[in-house]
Ligand binder design. Structure first.
Ligand SMILES: C[S@@+](CC[C@H](N)C(=O)[O-])C[C@H]1O[C@@H](n2cnc3c(N)ncnc32)[C@H](O)[C@@H]1O
Length: 308
């Protein structure tokens, strides 16, 4: 199973890779972005994270010629600050986050990420974690379930879907993605069922975000990575849905906006530490969308550190 890296050329161009630089790829996946960075290095290194051990193992196979320049960490990118310290990395020459789920994760029915296959309710990126979609669907109280579907799926029918889930699990535990899809459909009006797009998409997205605590990790990790950037160096973040994009946009905005209280100070004092390299996020070209329809919701944001 392969993964087509999204906005690869654009991201790497923005990074301005230096052959002796130290880079972070927070989301290894199948190593597409890592490969494009590492092959430009001589004495440089890439520290590469993924929660999913399968992703790390597969990327290691692909990147065999470069293993001496790679430091693989099978952990949440939220821990990047601690791991960089352990590796004596105090500054980064650039970083990439390519958020979300990889195609091999979606396309492996046993991982339970997709509403297209009938499989166990799972959706864990880290398979050593005990809490899975099964626990969420069968154990969360009605109000908590409703909040997850509304907040993380932006699902307008969050309450009716949550109510149907709670009613169904009183009869027997909900164990498969197929059962969940049927329950979701039973809660939706027929006009919604006949609309474009899968009726379970938003609910599945919400459950995945909650199971993997995605948004809290993104917020911490992107902030920590920005703090590690060297002056003159850049960070690139690719998002796939509005919730994570909003978080990245907000972090970048705060870092690149002068504090209000400093408006009257001389220019050199209010000079901001960071600058947005593209004002509006970059989206995939027509060609990329045709070659890789999964890139359709991708947005790339780029920030540069201007001073220490
Ligand atoms: C879209 S894929 C990255 C694809 C990669 N850029 C490529 O070109 O092959 C996202 C990856 O991030 C990983 N991931 C998601 N959340 C994570 C987290 N909190 N910490 C570490 N890795 C995470 C997923 O397991 C997945 O492999």
């Amino acid at each position: 199973m392969s993964h087509v890296s999204v906005l690869l050329k654009e991201t790497i161009d923005y990074l301005n890779v230096k052959e002796e630089g130290i880079y972070l790829d927070a989301t290894c996946g199948r190593g597409g972005h890592t490969e494009a960075i590492v092959k430009q290095l001589t004495t440089g290194k890439v520290i590469v994270f993924d929660l999913d051990i399968v992703a790390i193992e597969e990327a290691k196979k692909r990147l065999t010629p470069y293993l001496d320049k790679l430091i693989f960490i099978n952990d949440n990118y939220a821990t990047l600050k601690e791991h960089c310290e352990k590796q004596n990395i105090s500054q980064l020459d650039g970083f990439v986050f390519d958020l979300g789920v990889s195609s091999p994760q979606f396309d492996d029915p046993s991982r339970g990420f997709s509403y297209r296959y009938d499989s166990n309710l799972d959706m864990r990126m880290d398979q050593s974690q005990t809490f899975s979609a099964y626990h969420l669907v069968n154990e969360y109280p009605l109000n908590q379930l409703t909040n997850v579907l509304r907040d993380y799926g932006e699902e307008p029918f969050a309450y009716p879907i949550a109510k149907k889930i709670v009613a169904a699990r009183l009869l027997a535990p909900i164990t498969t993605t197929g059962q969940l899809v049927e329950i979701i459909k039973s809660a939706l009006p027929s006009r919604i069922l006949h609309q474009k797009g899968h009726p379970a998409k938003q609910t599945f997205q919400a459950i995945r975000i909650e199971v993997n605590q995605e948004l809290a990790s993104v917020e911490k990790a992107v902030s920590d990575a920005c703090a590690l950037l060297k002056v003159g160096c850049r960070g690139c973040v690719i998002t796939f849905h509005s919730l994570e994009d909003r978080i990245v946009k907000e972090i970048f905005k705060q870092l690149s906006t002068p504090p209000k209280t400093n408006r009257r100070l001389p220019q050199q004092i209010i000079d901001v530490q960071y600058q947005l390299i593209i004002k509006k996020p970059l989206t995939p070209s027509e060609e990329e969308l045709i070659e890789n329809p999964r890139s359709h919701s991708a947005k790339l944001r780029v920030i540069e550190r201007k001073r220490g």
